[in-house]
Design a binder for this molecule. Structure first.
Ligand code: AMP
Ligand code: MG
Length: 308
């Protein structure tokens, strides 16, 4: 998925880390093989190329991530949409793009927008397995949720291995479990976006059996005509979201939901996103860009997660 991972564990002194490292890598490789748009032979790439009318069997991890994606798509009123693959590419993000920085033509934007839409996904259960219909030209992109799932999958594997204290990170999304040998939970520092959110203090979260994910355009954006174009696409317009939020951080019970919601709330923006987060009791922090004129904002559920 074009990113890195790291895992911290508390284990007895003679514990052999090499085999553990190999099993973690293997678990993540399996997820990449299913859900990475960067791998031409992955299940997702094969689905995206499949002819209209074909039903493709989905491996269990893929099916689970897609179900979570659909849950967040519904709950966010479609702000989160796992079917934006063609739009993401049209705007110069995603795999195999050479000319990032060009704006798409209005006509092709219109065409690609009409091909996207999570309501076009038909996921069914047949003969003991999940199958997904390719209705024609639909491109799934799970980049906004698969890293989070990778974190959950690795953590669950470690627990099955009998470990009881771990901090797992994939591409900046994190989940902590258990108490460290000093009796404290894992603590992570949530930085304000660098150079952007003046005056916002760094915050410390205790990841006591929970996960944290951040969306932002720190690395994934381009400038054109004096405007910044982010890789977060608003499905309602088919275009990158306005440049109002430097980062959105979400804390949730698992990383798959934290990751998806961080993206959904970024798309909804500082007003509607914060209102929905409060209504749903989500723990979210909104860090606006200074130029936007919005003040930083945390939901009550987020504040209650901060360490004293
Ligand atoms: P994240 O960093 O988790 O917010 O994920 C951003 C990535 O998700 C982008 O690079 C796109 O591949 C994809 N994406 C962009 N907009 C959306 C959206 N509205 N819903 C779901 N995925 C999106
Ligand atoms: Mg995300």
């Amino acid at each position: 998925m074009g990113t890195t991972w790291s895992v911290r564990v508390a284990v007895p002194a003679r514990y052999r880390l090499d085999p553990l490292h190999a099993r973690i890598q293997q678990r993540l490789d399996g997820i990449v093989q299913q859900m990475s748009n960067w791998e031409p032979d992955s299940d997702i790439s094969r689905y995206n190329r499949a002819p209209a009318g074909s039903w493709l069997p989905l491996p269990p991890d893929f099916a689970h991530v897609l179900e979570c994606a659909l849950e967040v798509a519904r709950a966010s009123g479609g702000a989160f949409d796992p079917t934006l693959g063609t739009l993401v590419r049209l705007w110069g993000f995603g795999p195999g793009i050479a000319d990032r920085g060009q704006l798409p033509e209005a006509a092709s934007l219109q065409t690609q927008r009409s091909r996207c839409g999570w309501q076009r996904l038909q996921l069914e259960y047949r003969d003991g397995e999940r199958v997904l219909l390719q209705p024609g030209g639909l491109e799934i992109d799970l980049s906004a949720i698969a890293k989070g799932y990778g974190v959950d999958a690795v953590l669950e594997m470690l627990l099955e291995e009998g470990l009881d204290c771990a901090l797992v990170e994939v591409g900046g999304e994190l989940r902590g479990h258990g108490r460290r040998p000093d009796g404290n939970p894992w603590r992570v520092l949530v930085e304000p976006a660098p150079g952007d959110s003046d005056g916002e203090p760094p915050m410390v979260l205790a990841l006591d059996d929970c996960a944290v994910a951040t969306s932002g355009d720190r690395w994934h954006a381009f400038e054109h005509g004096g405007r910044r174009y982010s890789h977060s696409i608003d499905p309602r317009t088919g275009s990158p979201v306005p440049d109002t939020l430097a980062a959105v951080t979400v804390v949730a019970a698992d990383a798959v939901h934290a990751d998806a919601w961080a993206t959904a709330l970024t798309v909804l923006g500082p007003e509607h996103g914060a209102a929905l987060a409060e209504r749903l009791g989500l723990a979210a922090r909104f860090s606006p860009t200074p130029a936007s004129g919005y003040a930083p904002r945390c939901t009550p559920a987020f504040n209650s997660r901060l360490t004293a």
